[in-house]
Design a protein around this ligand. Structure first.
Ligand SMILES: Nc1nc2c(ncn2[C@@H]2O[C@H](COP(=O)(O)OP(=O)(O)OP(=O)(O)O)[C@@H](O)[C@H]2O)c(=O)[nH]1
Ligand SMILES: [Mg+2]
Length: 525
Protein backbone atom coordinates (compact mmCIF):
# COMPACT_ATOMS: atom_id res chain seq x y z
CA UNK A 1 0.00 0.00 0.00
CA UNK A 2 1.32 3.42 -0.77
CA UNK A 3 2.33 5.57 2.20
CA UNK A 4 -0.21 8.06 3.38
CA UNK A 5 0.78 11.66 2.86
CA UNK A 6 0.51 14.10 5.72
CA UNK A 7 -2.18 16.27 4.17
CA UNK A 8 -4.18 13.20 3.33
CA UNK A 9 -4.34 12.30 6.98
CA UNK A 10 -5.86 15.63 7.74
CA UNK A 11 -8.33 15.81 4.98
CA UNK A 12 -10.78 13.50 6.61
CA UNK A 13 -11.06 11.04 3.77
CA UNK A 14 -12.22 7.82 5.34
CA UNK A 15 -11.23 9.14 8.75
CA UNK A 16 -7.94 7.28 8.69
CA UNK A 17 -6.89 8.61 5.35
CA UNK A 18 -7.10 5.37 3.40
CA UNK A 19 -7.72 5.25 -0.27
CA UNK A 20 -11.41 5.03 0.24
CA UNK A 21 -12.49 8.07 -1.63
CA UNK A 22 -15.99 9.11 -0.91
CA UNK A 23 -14.97 12.21 0.91
CA UNK A 24 -12.35 14.73 0.03
CA UNK A 25 -11.25 18.22 0.95
CA UNK A 26 -10.16 20.26 -2.04
CA UNK A 27 -8.38 23.60 -2.04
CA UNK A 28 -9.36 25.66 -4.99
CA UNK A 29 -7.88 28.83 -6.37
CA UNK A 30 -8.98 30.86 -9.30
CA UNK A 31 -6.04 31.84 -11.52
CA UNK A 32 -4.23 35.06 -10.74
CA UNK A 33 -4.89 37.97 -13.05
CA UNK A 34 -1.99 39.07 -15.25
CA UNK A 35 -0.25 42.36 -14.44
CA UNK A 36 -0.98 45.58 -16.24
CA UNK A 37 1.94 47.17 -18.04
CA UNK A 38 3.45 50.64 -17.70
CA UNK A 39 4.91 51.58 -21.08
CA UNK A 40 5.01 54.45 -23.54
CA UNK A 41 4.72 54.40 -27.24
CA UNK A 42 8.02 54.97 -28.94
CA UNK A 43 8.39 55.93 -32.56
CA UNK A 44 10.99 57.68 -34.62
CA UNK A 45 10.57 61.47 -34.42
CA UNK A 46 7.94 61.07 -31.71
CA UNK A 47 9.93 61.32 -28.50
CA UNK A 48 7.09 61.53 -26.00
CA UNK A 49 4.51 59.05 -27.16
CA UNK A 50 1.31 58.30 -25.27
CA UNK A 51 1.09 55.65 -22.52
CA UNK A 52 0.70 52.28 -24.18
CA UNK A 53 0.78 49.54 -21.52
CA UNK A 54 -1.73 46.75 -22.08
CA UNK A 55 -4.02 45.28 -19.43
CA UNK A 56 -3.35 41.95 -17.80
CA UNK A 57 -5.51 38.96 -18.75
CA UNK A 58 -8.09 37.54 -16.35
CA UNK A 59 -7.15 34.55 -14.28
CA UNK A 60 -8.92 31.30 -15.21
CA UNK A 61 -12.12 30.41 -13.36
CA UNK A 62 -12.58 27.06 -11.70
CA UNK A 63 -15.70 25.01 -12.38
CA UNK A 64 -17.17 21.76 -11.14
CA UNK A 65 -18.79 19.51 -13.69
CA UNK A 66 -20.90 16.46 -12.78
CA UNK A 67 -19.77 13.68 -15.09
CA UNK A 68 -21.66 10.41 -15.52
CA UNK A 69 -18.58 8.43 -16.56
CA UNK A 70 -16.93 8.83 -13.17
CA UNK A 71 -17.73 6.63 -10.21
CA UNK A 72 -15.31 7.82 -7.56
CA UNK A 73 -13.64 11.00 -6.46
CA UNK A 74 -10.26 9.40 -7.06
CA UNK A 75 -9.49 11.61 -10.05
CA UNK A 76 -10.06 14.83 -8.13
CA UNK A 77 -6.83 16.44 -6.97
CA UNK A 78 -6.54 18.00 -3.55
CA UNK A 79 -5.40 21.29 -4.99
CA UNK A 80 -6.83 22.84 -8.09
CA UNK A 81 -5.87 26.12 -9.67
CA UNK A 82 -7.15 28.05 -12.63
CA UNK A 83 -4.49 29.18 -15.10
CA UNK A 84 -2.96 32.60 -14.46
CA UNK A 85 -3.72 35.45 -16.84
CA UNK A 86 -0.91 36.72 -19.07
CA UNK A 87 0.75 40.07 -18.36
CA UNK A 88 -0.06 43.10 -20.47
CA UNK A 89 2.69 44.40 -22.73
CA UNK A 90 3.74 47.55 -24.55
CA UNK A 91 1.94 48.89 -27.63
CA UNK A 92 -1.43 48.26 -26.04
CA UNK A 93 -1.13 44.49 -26.03
CA UNK A 94 -3.42 42.96 -23.46
CA UNK A 95 -2.45 39.76 -21.68
CA UNK A 96 -4.13 36.48 -22.52
CA UNK A 97 -6.96 35.27 -20.27
CA UNK A 98 -6.18 32.20 -18.21
CA UNK A 99 -7.94 29.00 -19.32
CA UNK A 100 -10.70 27.81 -17.02
CA UNK A 101 -10.18 24.68 -15.02
CA UNK A 102 -12.95 22.10 -14.96
CA UNK A 103 -13.01 19.66 -12.08
CA UNK A 104 -14.99 16.57 -13.00
CA UNK A 105 -16.86 14.75 -10.29
CA UNK A 106 -19.19 11.75 -10.41
CA UNK A 107 -22.94 12.14 -10.25
CA UNK A 108 -24.11 11.94 -6.66
CA UNK A 109 -21.40 14.24 -5.36
CA UNK A 110 -22.31 16.79 -2.74
CA UNK A 111 -20.10 19.84 -2.76
CA UNK A 112 -19.94 22.14 0.25
CA UNK A 113 -17.89 25.19 0.98
CA UNK A 114 -16.14 24.88 4.31
CA UNK A 115 -17.13 27.70 6.67
CA UNK A 116 -14.62 30.05 8.22
CA UNK A 117 -14.48 28.27 11.53
CA UNK A 118 -13.61 24.90 10.02
CA UNK A 119 -9.99 24.08 10.83
CA UNK A 120 -9.54 22.27 7.52
CA UNK A 121 -10.33 25.37 5.54
CA UNK A 122 -7.39 27.01 3.78
CA UNK A 123 -6.88 30.76 4.09
CA UNK A 124 -8.58 32.92 1.53
CA UNK A 125 -6.59 35.39 -0.56
CA UNK A 126 -6.87 38.23 1.94
CA UNK A 127 -6.09 36.16 4.99
CA UNK A 128 -3.08 34.77 3.18
CA UNK A 129 -1.74 38.27 2.57
CA UNK A 130 -2.45 39.36 6.13
CA UNK A 131 -0.50 36.37 7.37
CA UNK A 132 2.43 37.09 5.10
CA UNK A 133 2.63 40.66 6.41
CA UNK A 134 2.01 39.85 10.04
CA UNK A 135 5.57 40.22 11.26
CA UNK A 136 6.35 43.50 9.54
CA UNK A 137 6.16 47.01 11.03
CA UNK A 138 3.91 49.61 9.47
CA UNK A 139 6.19 51.25 6.86
CA UNK A 140 7.46 47.89 5.67
CA UNK A 141 3.96 46.58 5.50
CA UNK A 142 2.85 49.53 3.46
CA UNK A 143 5.73 49.12 1.06
CA UNK A 144 5.03 45.40 0.68
CA UNK A 145 1.38 45.98 0.05
CA UNK A 146 2.24 48.50 -2.63
CA UNK A 147 4.64 46.08 -4.21
CA UNK A 148 1.91 43.52 -4.48
CA UNK A 149 -0.44 45.94 -6.18
CA UNK A 150 1.55 48.20 -8.45
CA UNK A 151 3.85 47.98 -11.39
CA UNK A 152 6.11 51.04 -11.86
CA UNK A 153 7.82 52.31 -14.94
CA UNK A 154 11.53 51.52 -14.54
CA UNK A 155 13.26 53.80 -12.01
CA UNK A 156 10.05 55.60 -11.10
CA UNK A 157 8.90 53.53 -8.16
CA UNK A 158 10.14 56.06 -5.63
CA UNK A 159 9.02 59.25 -7.27
CA UNK A 160 5.66 57.74 -8.19
CA UNK A 161 4.56 57.19 -4.63
CA UNK A 162 5.13 60.86 -3.82
CA UNK A 163 2.75 62.03 -6.49
CA UNK A 164 -0.86 62.97 -5.84
CA UNK A 165 -2.07 61.16 -8.91
CA UNK A 166 -0.66 57.92 -7.57
CA UNK A 167 -1.99 58.48 -4.06
CA UNK A 168 -5.44 59.08 -5.43
CA UNK A 169 -5.27 55.96 -7.55
CA UNK A 170 -4.05 53.99 -4.59
CA UNK A 171 -6.92 55.13 -2.43
CA UNK A 172 -9.36 54.19 -5.13
CA UNK A 173 -7.78 50.77 -5.43
CA UNK A 174 -8.03 50.06 -1.71
CA UNK A 175 -11.61 51.21 -1.69
CA UNK A 176 -12.53 48.82 -4.48
CA UNK A 177 -10.67 46.08 -2.73
CA UNK A 178 -12.63 46.63 0.47
CA UNK A 179 -15.85 46.45 -1.49
CA UNK A 180 -14.86 43.21 -3.14
CA UNK A 181 -13.85 41.76 0.15
CA UNK A 182 -17.09 42.75 1.76
CA UNK A 183 -19.18 41.32 -1.07
CA UNK A 184 -17.24 38.11 -0.86
CA UNK A 185 -17.74 37.72 2.91
CA UNK A 186 -21.38 38.43 2.49
CA UNK A 187 -21.72 35.81 -0.21
CA UNK A 188 -19.86 33.34 1.95
CA UNK A 189 -22.18 33.91 4.89
CA UNK A 190 -25.44 34.16 3.03
CA UNK A 191 -24.93 31.77 0.17
CA UNK A 192 -22.17 29.32 0.93
CA UNK A 193 -21.59 26.99 -1.99
CA UNK A 194 -23.75 23.90 -1.74
CA UNK A 195 -24.28 21.68 -4.75
CA UNK A 196 -26.09 18.39 -4.82
CA UNK A 197 -24.97 17.10 -8.19
CA UNK A 198 -27.37 14.38 -9.14
CA UNK A 199 -27.86 15.31 -12.75
CA UNK A 200 -25.67 15.58 -15.75
CA UNK A 201 -25.32 19.06 -17.21
CA UNK A 202 -26.36 19.57 -20.80
CA UNK A 203 -23.95 21.27 -23.12
CA UNK A 204 -25.31 24.45 -24.59
CA UNK A 205 -26.97 24.61 -28.03
CA UNK A 206 -25.01 21.79 -29.65
CA UNK A 207 -26.73 21.20 -32.94
CA UNK A 208 -26.13 24.45 -34.78
CA UNK A 209 -22.48 25.06 -34.25
CA UNK A 210 -20.84 26.43 -37.41
CA UNK A 211 -18.54 24.04 -39.18
CA UNK A 212 -15.04 24.06 -37.89
CA UNK A 213 -15.95 25.28 -34.44
CA UNK A 214 -16.15 22.88 -31.60
CA UNK A 215 -19.46 22.83 -29.85
CA UNK A 216 -19.73 24.66 -26.61
CA UNK A 217 -19.24 22.15 -23.84
CA UNK A 218 -20.85 22.81 -20.51
CA UNK A 219 -18.16 23.93 -18.11
CA UNK A 220 -20.14 23.22 -15.00
CA UNK A 221 -20.79 25.28 -11.90
CA UNK A 222 -18.55 28.24 -11.25
CA UNK A 223 -16.78 27.73 -7.93
CA UNK A 224 -13.92 30.21 -7.81
CA UNK A 225 -13.47 33.18 -10.10
CA UNK A 226 -10.08 34.00 -11.46
CA UNK A 227 -8.58 37.34 -10.48
CA UNK A 228 -9.15 40.39 -12.62
CA UNK A 229 -6.24 41.42 -14.79
CA UNK A 230 -4.22 44.48 -13.78
CA UNK A 231 -4.79 47.75 -15.57
CA UNK A 232 -2.24 49.26 -17.96
CA UNK A 233 -0.98 52.79 -17.52
CA UNK A 234 -3.16 54.39 -20.24
CA UNK A 235 -6.03 53.99 -17.81
CA UNK A 236 -4.43 56.48 -15.42
CA UNK A 237 -3.97 59.11 -18.06
CA UNK A 238 -5.72 62.39 -17.11
CA UNK A 239 -5.42 66.08 -17.93
CA UNK A 240 -3.22 66.56 -14.88
CA UNK A 241 -1.23 63.43 -15.28
CA UNK A 242 -0.29 63.05 -18.91
CA UNK A 243 2.40 60.54 -18.41
CA UNK A 244 1.28 58.02 -15.78
CA UNK A 245 4.22 55.81 -14.89
CA UNK A 246 2.39 53.09 -13.06
CA UNK A 247 -0.01 50.24 -13.70
CA UNK A 248 -1.73 47.76 -11.40
CA UNK A 249 -0.96 44.13 -10.85
CA UNK A 250 -3.53 41.41 -11.41
CA UNK A 251 -5.79 40.35 -8.54
CA UNK A 252 -5.41 37.08 -6.77
CA UNK A 253 -8.01 34.49 -7.74
CA UNK A 254 -10.65 33.49 -5.23
CA UNK A 255 -9.57 30.81 -2.80
CA UNK A 256 -12.14 28.39 -1.60
CA UNK A 257 -12.00 25.16 0.35
CA UNK A 258 -14.60 22.59 -0.57
CA UNK A 259 -15.60 19.34 0.93
CA UNK A 260 -16.82 16.80 -1.58
CA UNK A 261 -18.79 13.81 -0.61
CA UNK A 262 -19.97 11.06 -2.85
CA UNK A 263 -23.21 9.45 -1.91
CA UNK A 264 -23.86 6.26 -3.69
CA UNK A 265 -27.40 5.45 -4.38
CA UNK A 266 -27.76 1.75 -4.66
CA UNK A 267 -31.00 -0.08 -3.97
CA UNK A 268 -29.32 -2.96 -2.20
CA UNK A 269 -26.16 -2.75 -0.13
CA UNK A 270 -23.97 -5.80 0.54
CA UNK A 271 -22.56 -5.96 4.05
CA UNK A 272 -20.00 -8.56 4.96
CA UNK A 273 -16.61 -9.25 6.41
CA UNK A 274 -13.54 -9.14 4.22
CA UNK A 275 -13.26 -12.18 1.97
CA UNK A 276 -16.88 -13.21 2.39
CA UNK A 277 -17.33 -13.00 -1.38
CA UNK A 278 -19.29 -9.77 -1.80
CA UNK A 279 -17.41 -8.73 -4.89
CA UNK A 280 -17.68 -12.19 -6.40
CA UNK A 281 -21.41 -12.05 -5.81
CA UNK A 282 -21.75 -8.70 -7.50
CA UNK A 283 -19.86 -9.97 -10.51
CA UNK A 284 -22.03 -13.04 -10.67
CA UNK A 285 -25.25 -11.07 -10.44
CA UNK A 286 -24.25 -8.66 -13.15
CA UNK A 287 -22.89 -11.25 -15.53
CA UNK A 288 -19.39 -9.95 -14.91
CA UNK A 289 -20.24 -6.45 -16.04
CA UNK A 290 -19.53 -4.83 -12.70
CA UNK A 291 -15.78 -4.56 -12.65
CA UNK A 292 -15.02 -5.03 -9.04
CA UNK A 293 -11.81 -6.58 -7.83
CA UNK A 294 -11.96 -10.11 -6.45
CA UNK A 295 -9.04 -11.65 -4.59
CA UNK A 296 -8.33 -14.12 -1.84
CA UNK A 297 -7.04 -11.56 0.62
CA UNK A 298 -8.86 -9.22 2.95
CA UNK A 299 -9.80 -5.67 2.09
CA UNK A 300 -9.60 -6.22 -1.62
CA UNK A 301 -12.39 -3.78 -2.20
CA UNK A 302 -11.48 -0.27 -1.10
CA UNK A 303 -14.19 1.72 -2.79
CA UNK A 304 -17.84 0.81 -3.02
CA UNK A 305 -18.77 -0.35 -6.52
CA UNK A 306 -22.29 -0.22 -7.82
CA UNK A 307 -23.60 -2.67 -10.37
CA UNK A 308 -26.97 -3.01 -12.01
CA UNK A 309 -28.90 -6.27 -11.94
CA UNK A 310 -31.25 -6.73 -14.87
CA UNK A 311 -34.07 -9.15 -14.38
CA UNK A 312 -36.30 -10.69 -17.05
CA UNK A 313 -40.00 -11.34 -16.61
CA UNK A 314 -39.35 -15.02 -15.96
CA UNK A 315 -37.00 -14.18 -13.10
CA UNK A 316 -33.88 -14.87 -15.08
CA UNK A 317 -31.16 -12.29 -14.84
CA UNK A 318 -28.31 -11.31 -17.03
CA UNK A 319 -25.68 -13.15 -15.03
CA UNK A 320 -27.91 -16.21 -14.96
CA UNK A 321 -27.76 -16.50 -18.73
CA UNK A 322 -24.07 -17.21 -18.71
CA UNK A 323 -24.68 -20.45 -16.90
CA UNK A 324 -21.65 -22.40 -15.88
CA UNK A 325 -19.59 -19.26 -15.64
CA UNK A 326 -17.13 -19.34 -12.80
CA UNK A 327 -16.33 -16.05 -11.15
CA UNK A 328 -12.71 -16.49 -10.33
CA UNK A 329 -10.31 -14.09 -8.80
CA UNK A 330 -9.87 -11.21 -11.15
CA UNK A 331 -6.12 -11.06 -10.89
CA UNK A 332 -5.80 -14.62 -12.04
CA UNK A 333 -8.24 -13.89 -14.79
CA UNK A 334 -6.16 -11.00 -15.91
CA UNK A 335 -2.93 -12.93 -15.87
CA UNK A 336 -4.48 -15.75 -17.88
CA UNK A 337 -5.90 -13.38 -20.41
CA UNK A 338 -2.58 -11.70 -20.77
CA UNK A 339 -0.78 -14.99 -21.30
CA UNK A 340 -3.29 -16.02 -23.93
CA UNK A 341 -3.02 -12.71 -25.63
CA UNK A 342 0.73 -13.11 -25.92
CA UNK A 343 0.22 -16.45 -27.60
CA UNK A 344 -2.00 -14.69 -30.09
CA UNK A 345 -5.09 -16.58 -29.01
CA UNK A 346 -7.34 -13.58 -29.48
CA UNK A 347 -6.29 -12.65 -32.95
CA UNK A 348 -9.55 -13.92 -34.42
CA UNK A 349 -11.63 -13.87 -31.27
CA UNK A 350 -15.14 -12.53 -31.23
CA UNK A 351 -15.77 -9.16 -29.76
CA UNK A 352 -17.97 -8.95 -26.74
CA UNK A 353 -20.98 -7.97 -28.83
CA UNK A 354 -20.36 -10.76 -31.27
CA UNK A 355 -20.15 -13.19 -28.40
CA UNK A 356 -23.52 -12.06 -27.13
CA UNK A 357 -24.84 -12.35 -30.64
CA UNK A 358 -23.75 -15.95 -30.97
CA UNK A 359 -24.30 -17.07 -27.44
CA UNK A 360 -27.83 -16.00 -26.92
CA UNK A 361 -29.96 -17.68 -29.63
CA UNK A 362 -29.79 -21.18 -28.28
CA UNK A 363 -30.88 -19.85 -24.93
CA UNK A 364 -34.06 -18.63 -26.46
CA UNK A 365 -33.38 -14.96 -26.26
CA UNK A 366 -33.17 -14.21 -29.96
CA UNK A 367 -30.15 -12.76 -31.61
CA UNK A 368 -27.86 -10.01 -30.53
CA UNK A 369 -27.61 -8.50 -27.14
CA UNK A 370 -31.32 -8.70 -26.70
CA UNK A 371 -31.54 -8.73 -23.00
CA UNK A 372 -32.95 -5.26 -23.17
CA UNK A 373 -36.03 -6.59 -24.88
CA UNK A 374 -36.87 -8.95 -22.11
CA UNK A 375 -35.62 -6.82 -19.27
CA UNK A 376 -38.46 -6.44 -16.90
CA UNK A 377 -36.96 -5.01 -13.75
CA UNK A 378 -33.68 -3.58 -12.71
CA UNK A 379 -32.06 -2.59 -9.48
CA UNK A 380 -28.61 -1.62 -8.35
CA UNK A 381 -26.37 -3.29 -5.81
CA UNK A 382 -23.43 -1.78 -4.00
CA UNK A 383 -20.44 -3.94 -3.23
CA UNK A 384 -18.72 -2.50 -0.21
CA UNK A 385 -15.40 -2.82 1.55
CA UNK A 386 -15.30 -5.43 4.29
CA UNK A 387 -16.71 -4.56 7.67
CA UNK A 388 -15.08 -6.03 10.74
CA UNK A 389 -15.51 -6.00 14.46
CA UNK A 390 -14.53 -2.65 15.94
CA UNK A 391 -14.77 -0.92 12.58
CA UNK A 392 -16.48 1.81 14.54
CA UNK A 393 -13.20 2.35 16.36
CA UNK A 394 -11.53 2.75 13.01
CA UNK A 395 -10.06 -0.70 12.77
CA UNK A 396 -9.74 -1.98 9.22
CA UNK A 397 -11.11 0.55 6.79
CA UNK A 398 -13.24 2.08 9.50
CA UNK A 399 -16.88 2.28 8.71
CA UNK A 400 -17.17 5.65 7.04
CA UNK A 401 -18.14 3.90 3.83
CA UNK A 402 -21.41 2.92 5.46
CA UNK A 403 -22.45 6.48 4.82
CA UNK A 404 -23.00 5.53 1.21
CA UNK A 405 -25.36 2.79 2.30
CA UNK A 406 -27.52 4.87 4.54
CA UNK A 407 -29.87 5.48 1.72
CA UNK A 408 -30.03 1.97 0.35
CA UNK A 409 -33.49 0.45 0.32
CA UNK A 410 -32.35 -2.87 1.69
CA UNK A 411 -29.20 -4.37 3.16
CA UNK A 412 -28.01 -7.90 2.71
CA UNK A 413 -25.50 -9.71 4.92
CA UNK A 414 -22.98 -11.85 3.11
CA UNK A 415 -21.15 -14.42 5.20
CA UNK A 416 -18.65 -17.13 4.45
CA UNK A 417 -20.74 -20.20 5.19
CA UNK A 418 -17.72 -22.49 5.07
CA UNK A 419 -16.22 -20.74 8.09
CA UNK A 420 -16.46 -22.26 11.57
CA UNK A 421 -19.13 -19.92 12.96
CA UNK A 422 -20.93 -17.87 10.32
CA UNK A 423 -23.54 -16.88 12.90
CA UNK A 424 -20.97 -14.98 14.93
CA UNK A 425 -20.04 -13.04 11.82
CA UNK A 426 -23.60 -11.89 11.35
CA UNK A 427 -23.86 -10.72 14.94
CA UNK A 428 -20.71 -8.66 14.49
CA UNK A 429 -22.01 -7.14 11.28
CA UNK A 430 -25.30 -6.25 12.88
CA UNK A 431 -23.57 -4.64 15.86
CA UNK A 432 -21.28 -2.60 13.66
CA UNK A 433 -24.22 -1.29 11.66
CA UNK A 434 -25.92 -0.27 14.88
CA UNK A 435 -22.73 1.37 16.14
CA UNK A 436 -22.59 3.41 13.02
CA UNK A 437 -26.21 4.45 12.95
CA UNK A 438 -28.73 3.18 15.46
CA UNK A 439 -31.61 1.56 13.63
CA UNK A 440 -29.61 0.88 10.49
CA UNK A 441 -29.60 -2.88 10.97
CA UNK A 442 -33.37 -2.82 10.56
CA UNK A 443 -32.80 -2.39 6.88
CA UNK A 444 -31.31 -5.86 6.65
CA UNK A 445 -33.51 -8.28 4.79
CA UNK A 446 -31.43 -11.31 3.93
CA UNK A 447 -28.50 -13.42 5.02
CA UNK A 448 -26.53 -14.90 2.17
CA UNK A 449 -24.58 -17.97 3.18
CA UNK A 450 -21.88 -17.90 0.54
CA UNK A 451 -19.28 -20.47 -0.47
CA UNK A 452 -21.77 -23.24 0.11
CA UNK A 453 -19.89 -25.20 -2.57
CA UNK A 454 -17.12 -25.78 -0.04
CA UNK A 455 -19.50 -27.75 2.14
CA UNK A 456 -20.94 -31.09 1.34
CA UNK A 457 -17.56 -32.65 0.63
CA UNK A 458 -17.69 -34.94 -2.40
CA UNK A 459 -21.39 -35.29 -2.05
CA UNK A 460 -21.25 -38.18 0.41
CA UNK A 461 -24.16 -38.51 2.77
CA UNK A 462 -22.49 -37.48 6.00
CA UNK A 463 -21.04 -34.22 4.75
CA UNK A 464 -24.27 -33.28 3.01
CA UNK A 465 -26.07 -33.96 6.25
CA UNK A 466 -23.52 -31.87 8.14
CA UNK A 467 -24.05 -29.01 5.75
CA UNK A 468 -27.78 -29.22 6.24
CA UNK A 469 -27.36 -29.21 10.00
CA UNK A 470 -25.15 -26.17 9.75
CA UNK A 471 -27.69 -24.38 7.61
CA UNK A 472 -30.39 -25.26 10.13
CA UNK A 473 -28.31 -23.84 12.89
CA UNK A 474 -27.74 -20.65 10.94
CA UNK A 475 -31.45 -20.28 10.24
CA UNK A 476 -32.25 -20.83 13.87
CA UNK A 477 -29.76 -18.19 14.91
CA UNK A 478 -31.08 -15.68 12.40
CA UNK A 479 -34.64 -16.25 13.51
CA UNK A 480 -33.79 -15.95 17.16
CA UNK A 481 -31.34 -13.09 17.10
CA UNK A 482 -32.09 -11.05 14.04
CA UNK A 483 -35.84 -10.96 13.77
CA UNK A 484 -36.83 -7.37 13.35
CA UNK A 485 -39.79 -5.83 15.09
CA UNK A 486 -40.99 -2.68 13.42
CA UNK A 487 -42.85 0.28 14.93
CA UNK A 488 -46.23 -1.37 14.54
CA UNK A 489 -45.01 -4.45 16.34
CA UNK A 490 -44.82 -6.61 13.23
CA UNK A 491 -42.13 -9.24 13.31
CA UNK A 492 -40.08 -9.76 10.22
CA UNK A 493 -37.71 -12.64 9.76
CA UNK A 494 -34.64 -12.37 7.57
CA UNK A 495 -34.41 -14.76 4.64
CA UNK A 496 -31.47 -17.14 4.68
CA UNK A 497 -30.17 -18.30 1.31
CA UNK A 498 -27.21 -20.62 0.81
CA UNK A 499 -25.40 -19.90 -2.46
CA UNK A 500 -22.14 -20.16 -4.26
CA UNK A 501 -21.22 -16.85 -5.80
CA UNK A 502 -18.18 -18.29 -7.46
CA UNK A 503 -20.09 -21.04 -9.25
CA UNK A 504 -23.29 -19.04 -9.73
CA UNK A 505 -25.44 -21.41 -7.73
CA UNK A 506 -28.82 -20.53 -6.31
CA UNK A 507 -28.53 -16.93 -7.43
CA UNK A 508 -31.95 -16.86 -9.01
CA UNK A 509 -33.51 -17.02 -5.60
CA UNK A 510 -31.28 -14.23 -4.35
CA UNK A 511 -32.33 -12.06 -7.26
CA UNK A 512 -36.02 -12.74 -6.85
CA UNK A 513 -35.91 -11.93 -3.15
CA UNK A 514 -33.95 -8.76 -3.75
CA UNK A 515 -36.44 -7.77 -6.37
CA UNK A 516 -39.17 -8.23 -3.82
CA UNK A 517 -37.48 -6.02 -1.22
CA UNK A 518 -36.76 -3.31 -3.72
CA UNK A 519 -40.27 -3.27 -5.13
CA UNK A 520 -41.72 -3.12 -1.67
CA UNK A 521 -39.44 -0.31 -0.55
CA UNK A 522 -39.99 1.67 -3.72
CA UNK A 523 -43.73 1.42 -3.24
CA UNK A 524 -43.41 2.68 0.32
CA UNK A 525 -41.47 5.71 -0.68
N1 LIG B 1 -15.23 -21.60 -3.09
C1 LIG B 1 -15.77 -20.40 -3.18
N2 LIG B 1 -14.96 -19.33 -3.11
C2 LIG B 1 -15.52 -18.11 -3.20
C3 LIG B 1 -16.92 -17.94 -3.35
N3 LIG B 1 -17.17 -16.61 -3.42
C4 LIG B 1 -15.99 -16.00 -3.30
N4 LIG B 1 -14.98 -16.88 -3.18
C5 LIG B 1 -13.55 -16.58 -3.03
O1 LIG B 1 -13.35 -15.83 -1.85
C6 LIG B 1 -12.32 -14.89 -2.00
C7 LIG B 1 -12.79 -13.51 -1.64
O2 LIG B 1 -13.77 -13.06 -2.55
P1 LIG B 1 -14.12 -11.53 -2.73
O3 LIG B 1 -15.31 -11.49 -3.62
O4 LIG B 1 -12.93 -10.75 -3.13
O5 LIG B 1 -14.52 -11.15 -1.25
P2 LIG B 1 -15.01 -9.74 -0.66
O6 LIG B 1 -16.07 -10.02 0.33
O7 LIG B 1 -15.35 -8.82 -1.76
O8 LIG B 1 -13.71 -9.28 0.10
P3 LIG B 1 -13.23 -7.78 0.47
O9 LIG B 1 -13.33 -6.98 -0.75
O10 LIG B 1 -11.85 -7.97 0.95
O11 LIG B 1 -14.16 -7.31 1.55
C8 LIG B 1 -11.88 -15.01 -3.44
O12 LIG B 1 -10.74 -15.81 -3.47
C9 LIG B 1 -13.04 -15.67 -4.13
O13 LIG B 1 -12.64 -16.40 -5.26
C10 LIG B 1 -17.74 -19.12 -3.43
O14 LIG B 1 -18.95 -19.08 -3.57
N5 LIG B 1 -17.10 -20.31 -3.32
MG1 LIG C 1 -14.59 -7.10 -2.31
Amino acid sequence: MRPIAEDEKQNGSGDKGQNFLDHLIVNIRGGKGGNGCAAFHREKFLPFGPPSGGNGGRGGDVYILPTPELTTLASVTKRARGENGGNGQGTWQNGKNGAPLVIRVPLGTIVRELPRNDPRRAKDEWEAEAEALEELDTPDKQAKMRDRRWVHYPRYSESNVERDAFKEAEQMLYKQERERRYARRKRELEQPIYLDLDKEMQSEDDSNVPLGLSKKEALGYLIASGGQGGIGNPHFHTQENRSPKFATRGHEGERITLSMELKLLADVGLVGMPNAGKSTLLRALTGGRAKTEVAGYTFTTLNPVVGVVRVAADGNFEGGLTEGMVHEETQIEMAQTEAKMEEGAFSDALTRNQQAHFALPERGYGTGHLFDVVEHFRFSIADNPGLISKASENVGLGHSFLRSMERSLALVYVVDFSGPAPWDEIAVLRDELEQYLPGMSKKARMVIANKADLLGGDGDDTSVEDAQLKLGRLEEFVEKELTIVDEEGNRRCLDVVPISAKFSQNLKQVVSLMQEYVTEARDDR
